[in-house]
Design a protein around this ligand. Structure first.
Ligand SMILES: [Cu+2]
Length: 147
């Protein structure tokens, strides 16, 4: 009776050994570099928080698809920039006027293709402000209108 019991333990021990060796291999696999996922293009839009204006702009062929962005006075803006230009950095920066001597917001550069979400602080004074891509200041410009 005792020997039968021991024999029945042998397969169990083999299974245990297999699990342990398998988990050790798993640890080794975790040490290998994890490949960086490709940038998300046209993926799930980032939800706009309540009390925030959601805006979008597309940069394509070294141009913005719009020359006007409309914001509500006193309300922050979540601006999603879709950069369709592969290998080319763009950003959105907002200035008090075309002299660009005083900035309201300077978005980080983002190299396409992919999306970049900017959190622009609220502007309390209504008026027509100026936005541009700092990399292409002559061609990628527009009015940031606060009402
Ligand atoms: Cu640009």
């Amino acid at each position: 009776m005792k020997s039968i019991f021991i024999f029945s333990l042998v397969p169990l021990a083999l299974v245990f050994a297999g699990v342990i060796i398998g988990s050790m291999r798993g640890v080794d696999a975790e040490r290998e570099p994890i490949p960086t996922p490709p940038p998300v293009t046209g993926g799930t839009p980032v939800p706009v928080p309540t009390g925030t204006t959601g805006l979008e702009i597309t940069a394509s062929n070294l141009a913005f698809d719009k020359t006007t962005l409309n914001a509500a006075a006193g309300q922050p803006v979540q601006l999603t920039m879709h950069n369709r230009d592969a290998g080319i950095p763009h950003n959105v920066a907002i200035y008090t006027n075309r002299s660009v001597s005083q900035s309201i917001f300077k978005g980080d550069l983002h190299t396409g293709p992919g999306d970049k979400v900017y959190s622009i602080p609220a502007v309390s004074n209504p008026g027509t402000y100026f936005f541009r891509c700092d990399v292409h200041p002559d061609t990628m410009t527009g009015n940031y209108i606060v009402q």
